[in-house]
Write a new protein. Structure first.
Length: 432
């Protein structure tokens, strides 16, 4: 399915007016050129996006303003769990927007209370703090860990152990925990007390886990680092070491949570509970929301005045997350992620075998997967050949093509995406 430029009727919400058909190639191209020129003029140049302008989507398909259609195996980087234009989520947002959107945390709101209870029940944690993004959720965990030991009369215990190739966000605290020096350059001295170790090396953690360490932060799958799943025994080993040292285990579930890996949480694959976890991405199905969940013993670690968020836990975001959580269960999407993930993994392995000069294999969990590339092959260089074939992907690290389709993806759509990817790699092989 190469990217197409013919008109198509866009998605609609039940009861809403039909979306006008896409512009034809000529008018759409002019509109696209105008928008791209204004983007270059007015947007801060901190991103390097593909020069297309997306306009609408339904399910796993999106369309740009020029009328080209794509299979979206990016899904907002593992965000759009229910796909694009999901009628249930769209209708829920419309209803709640007409009822109550924002009240601040000077007051309770019923949607946020209900979400906290439902999310704790679904994950096994006891307390919830809400914010707007994964970086904020990780910042909350950082503050929680340090403030916990401060309250215990141990202010010197503020060290954090993190891991090479990790990614926890771009705010200064989250950035300091991120194990990629390239992201940290130019922003002055990093937040003190954070040390990075090799991912999967329990001996290194044991040696570094001294009395000044408050917490260890870990991803069950290192997403931005190249879609690297935790080695067998890694998370239980960290749990044991933290318990022995009296340190907290913080689990960054921003990319792996909400069913993405075929379990509700990525850490569920190794049977581990952290002391706190960070959620975002799929939590709102595309609507911005983040959360930190923790066990009861930490419920008083951030007393009033120590942390907050103006928009955190607002009724609209909370209702979005409640809807996503409900639909994950009603539609069996967590189990589906495991089944479709196995299909995707098998297909990627076959593609890697057919293109040995480009690929080395595949890895991942559930519907968080990567096609791994030969050393020196840049994943970013393959995004455009895939787009030209009608498939949207992202890079994860230097040498991994990441596939994170919506959890509603069908077996037929996975087969189609695999065929498009195979064809794109064939184009690259043929041009070499």
């Amino acid at each position: 399915m190469p990217a197409q430029s013919q008109p198509t009727t866009g998605p609609t919400t039940p009861g809403a007016p039909a979306t006008p058909a896409a512009p034809g190639p000529e008018g759409g191209a002019a509109r696209e050129a105008d928008l791209l020129a204004r983007a270059r003029r007015h947007l801060l140049a901190n991103y390097k996006p593909t020069p297309i302008v997306l306009a609408e989507g339904r399910g796993v398909e999106v369309r740009d303003v020029a009328g080209r259609r794509y299979l979206d195996f990016c899904a907002g980087v593992a965000v759009c769990a229910l796909g694009h234009g999901h009628p249930g989520l769209a209708a829920a947002l419309a209803r709640q927007a007409g009822r109550l959107m924002q009240v601040s945390n000077y007051f309770y709101n019923e949607e946020n209370i209900e979400l906290a209870a439902e999310l704790c029940a679904a994950t096994g944690y006891d307390r919830a703090f809400f914010c707007n993004s994964g970086a904020e959720a990780n910042e909350a965990m950082l503050k929680l860990a340090r403030r916990h030991f401060f309250a215990l009369g141990q202010p010197e215990r503020y060290g954090i152990l993190a891991f090479d190739r990790s990614f926890h966000g771009r705010t200064l605290g989250a950035l300091a925990m991120t194990g990629n020096p390239a992201y940290q350059q130019g922003f002055g001295p990093p937040v003190a007390g954070i040390r990075h170790l090799p991912y999967g090396d329990l001996a290194a953690v044991e040696q570094a886990l001294g009395p000044a360490v408050a917490a260890v932060i870990v991803e069950p799958v290192q997403g931005e680092g190249g879609v690297l799943p935790a080695p067998a025994g890694w998370l239980p080993g960290l749990r044991q070491l933290c318990d022995r040292a009296g340190a907290l285990l913080l689990v960054d579930e921003v990319q792996t949570g909400m069913g993405r890996t075929g379990r509700m949480l990525g850490s569920d694959h190794q049977g581990v509970r952290g002391d706190a976890i960070a959620l975002a991405k799929g939590l709102g199905g595309g609507f911005p929301i983040g959360a930190m969940l923790c066990r009861e013993a930490l419920g008083g670690a951030l007393p009033p005045g120590t942390h907050g968020s103006t928009f955190g836990g607002n009724p609209l975001a909370s209702h979005a997350a409640r809807t996503v959580l409900r639909l994950l269960g009603e539609q069996g999407l967590v189990d589906a992620a495991r089944e479709r993930g196995a299909q995707l993994a098998a297909g990627l392995a076959k593609i890697a075998a057919r293109h040995p000069t480009l690929c080395t294999g595949e890895r991942g969990l559930g519907l968080l997967r990567a096609l791994t590339l030969q050393p020196g092959r840049a994943a970013r260089d393959l995004l455009e050949p895939c787009r030209k074939r009608g498939l949207l992907l992202t890079a994860a690290g230097a040498e991994a093509l990441r596939l994170t389709p919506p959890l509603v993806v069908t077996a037929a759509e996975i087969d189609k995406a695999l065929a498009l990817l195979d064809a794109a790699l064939g184009d690259v092989d043929g041009a070499a």
